[in-house]
Structures are given as structure tokens and as C-alpha cells.
Design a protein around this ligand. Structure first.
Ligand code: S3P
Length: 437
């Protein structure tokens, strides 16, 4: 039987201060680079979400010593060249980042393994990564009938051939997979993207001692460099904060302070859109300029207007589009989201899913090939929404309850633990405020 959770509010307002859990993208990469490097790496602020735990378990299977105490992780690695051949399959669960980045890493390793995923991940395209990796000389073969899908067998075949690759889609996962493979390539690896995607890999490679060149939309790196273990501080995930940022902007009388939240410019598209829609944003503190910028931000409600979200900003807020679509239902006028066809190959088809689910609550929202068109403001009713096993859809449904006249029931809410295990506790904490109107 499908598990369900019902969320209901009576005249809610959000108030208070939160530190959202660690950034998912940065947590994955910290484990990966800590395992590639020889020696000790200490991570603080690690995300204890399902996806990142899959990455952690995979490296344990490869013989890397990893001790975790909550959000603190201590890695002691023999270095990539001395990983063990795993006894069983490497299971990426629901995590596209684990699967795609591991393909690049395993291609240049000295081990042979089979990478698998859950029912959703097993339907997501892998060719965008295996294509360029195969042209680097990687040995990747399908275990099933479709070479675009997991399970895939990777036999590490270093050294790989250097590549100069122009990416057809802006994707940090593709860029990162090629750069990780490039660590074991025999020359200069260059990756060029149309619009700049999140650059956590580039920043963290440098933290681990790799020399690379970034120029506009192009990154180049000499293969064969070695990494030295280091300490990594993971800031709060702006993609998790986004749910409460939108809630604070949307619900009259709300004001929420986000401490130690990641403010990497390749991820802050959400703040630009909130600003354009009229929300009040104050930057209270800036920290961590060395590796990853992070800081404290206050978001408060204001009257909102529709906007257009398209072009180069899309990769800077790709994971925030479901929750921004909800916000647009409460903003005056039309919001157009376009150039976002990538949403169709996320944990679920997020264009179809968002439109289908928000319509159930009475939203005026239409699907287009590469986005959505939303008219607002529309009063939302209660209803039962599916998460499609997609954490961001599950959280969007819960936040929708803040704007709905009645309770919202979420089907299969357990997936929320993929990126935000204590989401409902934070929601309760922020809405517990009973101050005067
Ligand atoms: C991620 C990149 C993005 C994003 C995903 C995490 C990463 O995917 O949607 O949640 O950590 O590199 P794409 O690279 O496919 O755009």
C-alpha cells in the first residue's frame, strides 16, 4: 500500500531561522574526491540523505575506509589506483549524480564493476555520459538490452584518451563525469558548455590540489594529476532551502532567515527569480569565499508578480523549477518557464508531473514542450498529490498546502529523505509561530 502524509494549516505564517541540511551535489563530490585522493579527508556538514549515502556505500565497496558520525565523515583512502574490485554490484539507488559521476570515475579506475539503480534511475538516459566516455576509450557495456540505461558494466581502462568536448546540453553531471575521467587521461581534457552549469567539481578539484583552467564556459585540465586529501566544509543546500524560501515569499506575514546556505553563483538563480517576482531578500552575511561561497539570507513575503524564466538562468535553478511553478500560481500575472526540456529527464518528467499535480489543486498551469505557462494568482484547493517517488515533487506538494484552502495529502512522501531527511520537522518548526497578526 502506498504510504501517505497529510499536511494541513490554518492561516499559516513562517517565522524563524533554519540551517538546511548539507548540499547534495557538494556532499557527493566530497566523498568522490576524498576516495580518489590518497590519504585522509574530513568532511563536515555532509548530507545524510539517501542519494549521498549510496555514493558513500559504493566507495566502501571499493575498499575505501569511510567512517561517518552523523554529518561528519572521515575518509582514509589508498588512492584511486588501489581500489579493490567490489564483491557485488554498485547500487546508485535513485541518484542520477551518483550514477553519472561514477561512470566517469570508474572508466579511469583499475577495477571492473556493474553499476545499477532503482526503478526510476534505470529509466534515465546515460548516453550523454557514456558517449563522450566511450570516445575517450572507456569500456562501458550494457548488462540489459538498452545501452542508454543502467545496469552498465564498466571496466576501468586507464590511461584514457584526452578529449575536447562541446556538450550538447548544459549538465554538471556530464561535465563532472568527463573531468573525473580526465584525471586519468593522457593529455589535456577540455569541456565546453553552452550555459554554465554548477561548478562544484571544478572548485573542489582545485581544493584537492588539481590545477585547472576556467575561461568563460570552458574548463581544461591536464590528465594524470594526483589529488591530496583535504578538509571539506559542506554548506546548506540552496535547492533544499528553496522550498522554504518560496514558502516565505508566498505566505503573507512570513519571514525566514537561512544560515550557512550555499550561495555559489551557479546555483543562485532562485534568488534572482524571487527578486524579479518581488520578494524581499536581504543578504546578511557572506562566508567561505575560498572554496564554496555561503552565507545568511533573509526572505520575507511581499506582493508577487509573474516573470519569465528562460535561457542561461535555467541551469542555475534547474532543480528549483517545480517549487517556482507553485510560487507562480500565487503571483499576479503570467509566468513563462521555457528552455527547460531537461526537466523531462529528471527523477520523473517534472514538466508533466508538476502540471498534472498543481492542476489537481485548481492551478491555471499548462504544459509546453520545454516548460510551463502559469497564470496567477489562483486560489488552491486541497487534494491528494503524488510524489512520483521524486523528492522535489513531494516537497512541492507539502509547500502547496501552505497556500491551499484545505489539507494536501502526499502519496509516497518517503522519497523526501533523498535530499532533506528532516524536511517535515523544519516545516513544523517554521510554521509553529503563533505571533500577533
Ligand atoms: C547535479 C546536476 C544537475 C541537477 C542534479 C544534481 C549535480 O543535473 O539537476 O540534481 O550534482 O551535478 P544535470 O547535470 O543533469 O543538469
Amino acid at each position: 500500500m502506498t504510504q501517505k502524509k497529510t499536511v494541513a494549516f490554518n492561516k499559516p505564517r513562517l517565522h524563524g531561522e533554519i540551517r538546511v541540511p548539507g548540499d547534495k551535489s557538494i556532499s557527493h563530490r566530497a566523498i568522490m574526491l576524498g576516495a580518489i585522493a590518497k590519504g585522509k579527508t574530513n568532511i563536515s556538514g555532509f548530507l545524510e540523505g539517501e542519494d549521498c549515502l549510496r555514493t558513500l556505500d559504493i566507495f566502501k565497496q571499493l575498499g575505501v575506509s569511510i567512517e561517518r558520525d552523523g554529518t561528519d565523515v572521515a575518509i582514509d583512502s589508498p588512492g584511486m589506483a588501489d581500489w579493490h574490485t567490489p564483491a557485488g554490484e554498485l547500487y546508485a539507488g535513485n541518484s542520477g549524480t551518483t550514477a553519472r559521476l561514477m561512470l566517469g570515475i570508474l572508466a579511469g579506475s583499475n577495477v571492473e564493476s556493474v553499476l545499477t539503480g532503482d526503478q526510476y534511475l534505470s529509466k534515465r538516459p546515460m548516453k550523454r555520459v557514456t558517449g563522450p566516455l566511450l570516445s575517450m576509450g572507456a569500456s562501458i557495456t550494457a548488462e540489459g538490452t538498452d545501452s542508454d540505461l543502467l545496469p552498465l558494466r564498466v571496466k576501468g581502462t586507464p590511461p584514457l584518451k584526452a578529449i575536447d568536448y562541446k556538450m550538447p546540453v548544459a549538465s554538471a553531471q556530464v561535465k563532472s563525469a568527463i573531468l573525473f575521467a580526465g584525471l586519468r587521461a593522457d593529455g589535456i581534457v577540455t569541456v565546453q558548455e553552452d550555459s554554465v552549469s554548477r561548478d562544484h567539481t571544478e572548485r573542489m578539484l582545485q581544493q584537492f590540489g588539481v590545477v585547472l583552467q576556467k575561461e568563460g564556459d570552458t574548463v581544461s585540465m591536464e590528465g594524470g594529476q594526483t589529488l591530496a586529501g583535504t578538509d571539506v566544509v559542506v554548506p546548506g543546500d540552496i535547492s533544499s532551502a528553496a522550498f522554504f524560501m518560496v514558502a516565505a515569499a508566498m505566505v503573507p506575514g512570513s519571514e525566514v532567515v537561512f544560515t550557512d546556505v550555499g550561495l555559489n553563483p551557479t546555483r543562485t538563480g532562485i534568488l534572482d527569480v524571487l527578486q524579479a517576482m518581488g520578494a524581499q531578500i536581504e543578504y546578511l552575511e557572506d562566508k567561505g569565499q575560498q572554496g564554496e561561497p555561503y552565507g545568511t539570507v533573509r526572505i520575507s513575503h511581499a506582493d508577487l508578480r509573474g516573470t519569465e524564466i528562460s535561457g542561461d538562468i535555467i541551469p542555475r535553478l534547474i532543480d528549483e523549477l517545480p517549487i517556482l511553478a507553485l510560487l507562480a500560481t500565487q503571483a499576479a500575472g503570467k509566468t513563462v518557464i521555457k528552455d527547460a526540456e531537461e526537466l523531462r529527464v529528471k527523477e520523473t518528467d517534472r514538466i508533466k508531473a508538476v502540471v498534472t499535480e498543481l492542476k489537481k489543486l485548481g492551478a491555471a498551469i499548462e504544459e509546453t514542450e520545454d516548460g510551463m505557462i502559469i497564470e496567477g494568482p489562483t486560489p488552491l484547493s486541497g487534494g491528494t498529490l503524488s510524489s512520483y517517488g521524486d523528492h522535489r515533487l513531494g516537497m512541492m506538494a507539502a509547500i502547496a498546502a501552505l497556500a491551499a484552502s484545505d489539507a494536501v495529502t502526499i502519496e509516497d512522501p518517503a522519497c523526501i529523505a533523498i535530499s532533506y531527511p528532516n524536511f517535515f520537522e523544519d516545516l513544523e518548526k517554521l510554521t509553529a509561530f503563533q505571533g500577533a497578526e
